[in-house]
Design a protein around this ligand. Structure first.
Ligand code: C2E
Ligand code: CA
Ligand code: CA
Length: 306
């Protein structure tokens, strides 16, 4: 039995029935006989449950894809860094973004397979680009729960070795959450990754609560300012102060700074004034499939990025 209460959980019949149904699925899942709706239970909605089952198949049937978004170097006069962002080309629902399925992968124990797939696919793409004379460093995103499962260094070592590549072709993007959850373990794993030659980047910086003491100790080389501070920084003075402080902090720690979520030329110009090293965002390019990225790359002049 699923329970939804009016008006707390909805004011019209459709919403209430849908939410009661979500609660009913949760009750089945928990084998509890009944459950009262709460927003956390939305993960058990019939839609989500179906997706969970389909994700396993998607991995085998090549429905997953990587899109690539450039990180523009403002000083280096080169364009050789991209971030790989996962997509699911779902036969019924179309192109799905990671927010719709990454946590499902986590809940169904598929995160390891998904991460392996991402690293494999990235390395495959790096080799294809190398054949065309494009030397790219690809950044892959690793969720906190998988980083801390300690298997990542072995997986990456295996994939690099079987493709005869050094670790310097990859960057691993982790969030502050990974570090806070278990600083000692994160320290150990990141050092093993660093030993392979891969760069480590702290993603979404500013949204977590990293202790500066840890930051100094970790083998990190890049910090990415979260887009929530960047996109509207010219309209919001607080955001601009935060962005400026993060850039100074990163530089004082000897790190390269990337601003994500750069959507306009004005923001890009301001970030250059603030000495940000790399920019990423829709102003330069949306994340693109590999072939479209190549076309973008061919028409981009790294000497005059702005
Ligand atoms: P993220 O790592 O912070 O990635 C940046 C997100 O911002 C991407 O969303 C990107 O498409 C979007 N973005 C880029 N430029 C702009 C811009 O100028 N404006 C705005 N508003 N957004 C911009 P996406 O691709 O939907 O990815 C969302 C999150 O999903 C990522 O956040 C990352 O945490 C996670 N993710 C993506 N791929 C993977 C993956 O392969 N594995 C894991 N574990 N997580 C992934
Ligand atoms: Ca990222
Ligand atoms: Ca981010």
């Amino acid at each position: 039995m699923g329970v939804a209460i009016c008006p707390k959980h909805g004011r019209d019949a459709d919403t209430l029935i849908q939410r009661a149904e979500v609660a009913m699925y949760a009750a089945k899942q928990q084998k509890s006989g009944h459950a009262i709706y709460s927003s956390e239970l939305d993960q058990y909605s019939p839609h989500r449950l179906t997706l969970m089952g389909e994700l396993r198949q998607a991995l085998q049937e090549e429905e997953l894809a990587l899109y690539y978004q450039p990180k523009i170097d403002l000083k280096g006069k080169k364009m050789n860094k991209v971030e790989a962002l996962i997509r699911w080309q779902h036969p019924k629902h179309g192109l799905m973004k990671p927010i719709e399925f990454i946590d499902l992968a986590e809940r169904t124990g598929l995160l390891k397979d998904v991460t392996k797939w991402v690293v494999n696919k990235s390395v495959e793409q790096i080799l294809l680009w190398q054949e065309k004379g494009l030397l790219m460093n690809v950044a892959v995103n690793v969720s906190p729960s998988f980083l801390l499962s300690s298997e990542l260094p072995e997986i990456i070592t295996g994939i690099l070795a079987s493709n005869e590549l050094g670790g310097s072709v990859l960057t691993i993007e982790i969030t502050e959450t990974s570090i806070i959850r278990d600083p000692n373990l994160a320290y150990e794993i990141l050092n093993r990754l660093k030993a392979l030659g891969t760069d480590i980047s702290i993603d979404d910086f500013g949204t977590g609560y990293s202790s500066l003491a840890y930051l100094k100790k970790l083998p990190v080389s890049e910090m990415k300012i979260d887009k929530s501070f960047v996109t509207d920084m010219l309209q919001n003075e607080d955001d601009e102060i935060i962005v400026k402080s993060i850039i100074d902090l990163a530089h004082n720690l000897g790190l390269v700074v990337v601003a994500e979520g750069v959507e306009t030329k004005e923001v890009a110009l301001r970030l250059r004034e603030l000495h940000c090293d790399l920019l990423q965002g829709y102003y330069f390019s949306k994340p693109l499939p590999a072939d479209q990225f190549e076309a973008w790359h061919a028409s981009f002049s790294p000497d005059t990025p702005l």
